[in-house]
Design a protein around this ligand. Structure first.
Ligand SMILES: Nc1ncnc2c1ncn2[C@@H]1O[C@H](COP(=O)(O)OP(=O)(O)OP(=O)(O)O)[C@@H](O)[C@H]1O
Length: 272
């Protein structure tokens, strides 16, 4: 275990919870490091928001943490076992990754797309009524049940996003890695999604979501991880991280901080 540092996202210990850790994680394309020196420890029970400007490395970090791409330095461990030592199906039953680009060319129905979340369970058994019940509940949870019979490619961006999230929920993962899950969603569905992320975390799961809306991150997430130029710049609560100095350093423009009735801060960028 590396020493805790300002660059280490440290969640409070929870009893026998699932852990996802990265040590000195690095990923390079050619000479450029897209992610460099990231160490973090995430534990079940916490909803983390991953923040940073375009190109900061958020998607790349999520892909590394999901095992979709192998790191050039360091490693990711799930319950202290390197990701590479898990069988693909076991990993698929444990963690789900919601990518940012979610276009699917095949004319699947929304229900069939959500049902894809059950595939990791159907390696050596036939589907059952229980699988369909899980999918139905997932679609209900994301307010997408009415879309079940629609063809996925014909759905609006926000409708697709809700069906994609249903697929992730149908996977029943303990770890949810979500890349800009609120994209395309209207305000009501954004709030519902973030409330659901918080509930999932409360039930012992790890939720890590890349978000661009700093205020929604402040109001809903327990902890924030701030990235810039491929590095983890800081982690902590919004109260700790939302200082005009730090935000200006990361985002390159001034911010004003305001109190919110919840007690958490909100911020607004200032026109320069
Ligand atoms: N396969 C790749 N090959 C080369 N460069 C890449 C590759 N994937 C990503 N990059 C670059 O790495 C940097 C980080 O990309 P990444 O998608 O991780 O950022 P991000 O923080 O998710 O950005 P955004 O907020 O715009 O989604 C970007 O400059 C991107 O162009």
């Amino acid at each position: 275990m590396p020493e805790a540092s300002p660059y280490t996202a440290q969640a409070p210990q929870t009893e026998a919870g699932i852990t996802l850790e990265a040590q000195d994680l690095g990923y390079r394309r050619g000479k450029r490091w897209l992610v460099r020196g990231v160490s973090l420890r995430l534990e079940g029970g916490q909803f983390w928001a991953l923040l940073g400007p375009n190109g900061a490395g958020k998607t790349t970090l999520l892909r590394l943490l999901s095992g979709e791409i192998p790191p050039d330095t360091g490693q990711v461990t799930l319950d202290r076992k390197p990701l590479g030592q898990y069988r693909a199906s076991e990993l698929a039953r444990t963690r789900a990754f919601l990518p940012q680009q979610r276009d699917l060319a095949f004319p699947f129905s929304a229900y069939e797309v959500a049902f894809l979340g059950r595939m990791p369970y159907l390696e050596d058994r036939a589907e059952t009524a229980a699988d369909h019940q899980v999918v139905q509940q997932a679609l209900e949870r994301t307010d997408a049940l009415a879309l079940a019979e629609e063809l996925y490619p014909s759905l609006s961006g926000g409708e697709k996003a809700r069906v994609d999230l249903a697929r992730v929920l149908a996977q029943q993962p303990k770890i949810l890695l979500l890349d800009e899950p609120t994209n395309h969603l209207d305000p009501r569905h954004q709030l519902e999604l973030l409330e659901h992320c918080r509930e999932l975390a409360r039930s012992g799961r790890i939720v890590l979501a890349a978000l661009h809306d700093l205020n929604l991150a402040s109001l809903f997430a327990d902890r924030l991880l701030l990235m810039k130029d491929g590095q983890a710049v800081a982690s902590g609560t919004a109260e700790e991280l939302f200082t005009p100095e730090l935000l200006e350093r990361v985002y390159g423009l001034p911010f004003q901080r305001y109190p919110h009735p919840s007690g958490r801060p909100v911020v607004l960028p200032q026109a320069t």
